[in-house]
Ligand binder design. Structure first.
Ligand SMILES: [Zn+2]
Ligand SMILES: [Zn+2]
Length: 364
């Protein structure tokens, strides 16, 4: 069983107050990687957590998303195509600020000792789809306007994260989603766009998977994200078995996330291993750095292979980041096929040992 649980006693009322509540909630998540920041002073507290971090002292391998360029890529992957993959994953990554912990979280689940608490935790998420709708906008901004005066075109932005970050719709409705928070200047320059999440659409506890939506009539935001979605492959990542030993095969693992609730950072490493718990449930081990706040981010594997004297690059998404392993630099995401698919498809997949859906693009 691949879960990390914490066991403790219920907190006293005074422990729920102020700073001590932040401290105790940080510890109430086992090996998961959410950051916990007081809503009143989140930016300062995030900056302090970043400075005082013991997991990755000084964060030498965390590259600010806005600065990422070809020179940061390992030599074998230093090409415009691989850079575009990284930029795309980065643009689709959002920060989550979850302002409530639901009473529905089960015992021994992350933050179960803080059920009912409004102490905020943060994580990361990846945009997976955008759907367009006609009729009066249903976003929270338009909530109080008469139907006829609302914009008549609106969008649902679908995102994926870990279930321990957003557990249900009640938590989603207390969650803010920050898009394009790519550097310190993003707030002052108005580049960071914030929406409220509205609803959890799919949840899977074994796979630590959650898919949720936010609603907006912001055409510019929707179109920009849509543009990046078009550049990304729709491929989901189901496994590597069989390819590990292929000659000429190599990979680079990349993740964009919001460590310590700070502006987006990019880390690089390698996919180390996959473990199959059942044919429909596996987890992935990678060597890239993550920190509290990285939970829910989706790593991506850029693969490089050579067949018939031709080089190929492909991009596959990993399931949402779930945990640290205890060793600095070795971290884990977990997935369940059922977390990704319609029930009928998931049943089909149960019988398949290995079926990666991927998009391979030839590079001359
Ligand atoms: Zn850190
Ligand atoms: Zn609206």
């Amino acid at each position: 069983m691949f879960y990390f649980f914490t066991v403790g006693n219920s907190l006293t009322q005074s422990e729920h107050n102020g700073h001590s509540a932040v401290k105790s909630k940080k510890k109430d998540q086992g090996q998961h990687e959410c950051e916990v920041l007081d809503k009143e002073s989140e930016e300062e507290e995030g900056a302090i957590a970043w400075q005082q971090c013991k997991k990755n002292r000084g964060h030498p391998n965390f590259i600010p998303a806005s600065d990422f360029c070809l020179d940061h890529l390992p030599e074998k992957f230093r090409c415009p195509k691989a850079l575009e993959y990284v930029k795309t994953i980065s643009a689709l990554t959002a920060m989550l600020r979850v302002g409530y912990t639901s009473w529905e979280r089960p015992n021994y689940f992350a933050f179960s000792q803080h059920r009912g608490s409004d102490v905020q935790h943060t994580g990361s998420a990846l945009v997976s789809e955008i759907t367009e709708h006609d009729g009066p906008c249903q976003c929270s901004e338009c909530d109080h306007s008469p139907l006829q005066s609302r914009p008549q075109k609106w969008f649902e932005i679908h995102l994926e994260t870990a279930l321990h970050v957003i557990y249900n719709t009640e938590e989603a409705q207390a969650s803010r989603v920050d898009f394009f928070y790519d550097d310190e200047r993003a707030i002052a320059e108005g580049r960071k766009k914030t929406l409220w999440a509205t609803e959890v659409r799919k949840a899977h506890s074994q796979g630590d998977f959650c898919s949720f939506v936010c609603v907006t009539h912001n055409l510019d935001l929707a179109q920009r994200l849509q543009e990046y979605l078009r550049k990304s492959t729709k491929a989901k990542f189901y496994g590597l078995s069989g390819r590990w030993m292929a000659s000429g095969w190599d990979n680079m693992c990349v993740m964009a996330s919001h460590p310590h609730g700070q502006p987006k950072k990019i880390t690089l490493g390698r996919l180390m291993n996959e473990h199959e718990i059942t044919p429909a449930h596996r987890y992935y081990v990678y060597s890239l750095d993550t920190c509290p706040g990285s939970s829910g981010a989706r790593g991506a594997v850029v693969e490089f292979s050579r067949y018939n004297n031709k080089s190929f690059f492909s991009l596959s998404l990993l399931p949402p980041h779930s945990s640290r392993t205890g060793n600095t630099g070795i971290n884990v995401s977990t997935s369940s096929a059922a977390g990704y698919m319609e029930p009928g498809m998931a049943a089909l997949f149960e019988n398949m040992k290995f079926s990666p859906l991927e998009l391979i693009s030839a590079v001359k």
